[in-house]
Design a protein around this ligand. Structure first.
Ligand SMILES: Cc1cc2nc3c(=O)[nH]c(=O)nc-3n(C[C@H](O)[C@H](O)[C@H](O)COP(=O)(O)OP(=O)(O)OC[C@H]3O[C@@H](n4cnc5c(N)ncnc54)[C@H](O)[C@@H]3O)c2cc1C
Length: 466
């Protein structure tokens, strides 16, 4: 069942538990007795070899790491662990994206996306300044190249201003070159506070501050099942204190509460705790082209098209990278593997899941022409270059090579509607009341990671009565 605020769903038994700080005293004594100190803040149950935590976060992407860090910042006495299935943190969306720090222009005023982006961008710049994470405020132009795009561009400026984005300015055709000497257009919005950053580095930094605060990160731990123990085993000294068992292939941890931030697998993780599979995740790959080194001075900052309101993606754009490269893209094509970064990657289960979902079939029927065009552009670089030449005519086919790609976790309902905002969910019964799922954290979730973490932590405090 999808929840907004789940406090009402907490069982009486749950509310009767001792306050957290009292529980900590007991656990600390147990910890001293156990004489095991291989990590700062995680504990062994005396009767078992399984480690136990107050809260386990599943998913070591930017949302999971930011949330884990925020929980420990607010509750330094809690023990918190992050479980990540790959060998490092930020291996998927958080490490495969455009790296743009969005200012908050595009999003519907009043939506969570708008609020969290505008708050998040301030928090992110502040965090980076305080923690020496490099970024560049290189700005951005959103450029209208046809007369039909001008009213949409004006609408975007109004939106951005309503959202509280600072210092946006409409730029006339002849002024565009002051910002981007090689760019052409009829009109453009200039956003000076848009920036670029390496989100994998941001995630690693969150990880470091989390570990310094006593958090524990497990890598190569793919969560396969979640169970709740109803009765304490007679020999267990911890008993019902950590009734949830989170299992991987060869390992398990015990905890009181679980938060999942599973990105491309958020629907599958939700299903593990008895939640509905919907909204379902459908993977959309985005391929980038790379400007050859000698051509990287063609652009100074980000150059974006006016987005087509029918689609959730922003359109192919020019994006400088922190290392001096320039990426062009990404497009948006259905991926036949959730974590498939190559054109030909295929996974039978992922493909079956996607194609057997009526939501995707409905979406595909409605957008067949767009989908075919995007696939065509994916195969033929020249077609993408043609699109990009509308903004920088000097760009030539021979200036680009194929670059990296990313896969977006696009949440979709069974009517084929793209789920645009954040979705939280809990399971049912004893297990469900101890789990919170972040089911949809779409772009600009990397920009908004710290404000999302604030919101998730508020929800964790309410749901679990911390
Ligand atoms: C092509 C592309 C471009 C983008 N550009 C931007 C941009 O410029 N600016 C911006 O702000 N946002 C951008 N985004 C969006 C942003 O990257 C994502 O919204 C954000 O990274 C989501 O973070 P996450 O932690 O929710 O997901 P992820 O980073 O995908 O993390 C989820 C983690 O959960 C782990 N996991 C899943 N299942 C399990 C399991 N069973 N057990 C253990 N671990 C598990 C995964 O391995 C993964 O590490 C872009 C995204 C894409 C794909």
């Amino acid at each position: 069942m999808t929840t907004t605020m789940a406090a009402s769903r907490i069982s009486r038994k749950f509310l009767n538990l001792l306050p957290v700080c009292k529980k900590r005293q007991h656990i600390s004594i147990q910890y001293l007795h156990s004489q095991i100190s291989n990590s700062t803040n995680h504990r062994f149950l005396s009767s078992s070899t399984q480690e136990s935590y107050d809260i386990v976060i599943v998913g070591g992407g930017i949302v999971g790491m930011a949330t884990a860090r925020e929980i420990l910042v607010r509750h330094p006495n809690l023990s918190v662990a992050v479980l990540e299935k790959e060998s490092k943190i930020s291996p998927h969306q958080s490490g495969h994206n455009s790296g743009v720090i969005h200012a908050g222009i595009y999003y519907t005023p009043g939506s969570l996306k708008a609020k969290l982006c505008v708050e998040g961008v301030e928090l992110l710049y502040k965090y980076c300044d305080e923690n020496n994470v490099p970024y560049k405020k290189c700005g951005k132009l959103i450029v209208a190249v046809t007369p039909e795009e001008i009213p949409r561009l004006e609408g975007l400026l109004k939106r951005g201003n309503e959202n509280g984005v600072k210092d946006l300015k409409m730029v006339e055709s002849h002024e565009i070159k002051e910002y981007e000497p090689n760019c052409v257009g009829l009109k453009a919005i200039h956003s000076p506070h848009t920036g670029i950053i390496d989100y994998a580095e941001v995630t690693r930094s969150y990880g470091r501050t989390f570990e310094k605060a006593g958090g524990k990160i497990y890598t190569n731990f793919e969560v396969k099942s979640l169970d709740v123990t109803k009765e304490s085993s007679p020999e267990s000294s911890s008993g019902m204190k950590h009734p949830v068992t989170v299992r991987g292939d060869n390992q398990a941890v015990q905890c009181r509460y679980v938060v999942t931030c599973g990105g491309l697998h958020s629907d599958r993780l939700a299903e593990l705790s008895g939640c509905n599979r919907e909204p379902r995740i459908v993977p959309f790959r985005g391929d980038y082209l790379l400007l050859k080194q000698e051509k990287c001075d063609l652009v100074r900052g980000n150059i974006y098209p006016v987005p087509d309101p029918r689609f959730p993606f922003l359109g192919v754009h020019y994006t400088p990278r922190m290392n001096g490269d320039v990426w062009l893209g990404p497009n948006a094509v259905l991926s036949f593997k959730r974590e498939g970064y190559n054109l030909t990657d295929f996974n039978l289960k992922d493909t079956f899941d996607a194609l057997s979902f009526r939501g995707l079939r409905k979406l595909a029927l409605r957008n067949l022409a767009f989908g075919i065009k995007e696939m065509y552009r994916g195969f033929y670089i020249g077609a993408t270059v043609k699109q990009l030449q509308r903004y920088v005519p000097e760009l030539a086919r021979e200036d680009v090579i194929r670059g990296p790609s990313g896969v977006r976790a696009q949440a979709l309902d069974r009517e084929g509607q793209l789920v645009d905002d954040f979705v939280f969910d809990s399971g049912t019964g004893d297990l469900g009341s101890r789990i919170l799922h972040v089911r949809n954290a779409p772009s600009p979730a990397a920009t908004s990671s710290l404000s999302i973490a604030n919101m998730v932590t508020d929800k964790v405090e309410q749901t679990f009565q911390l």
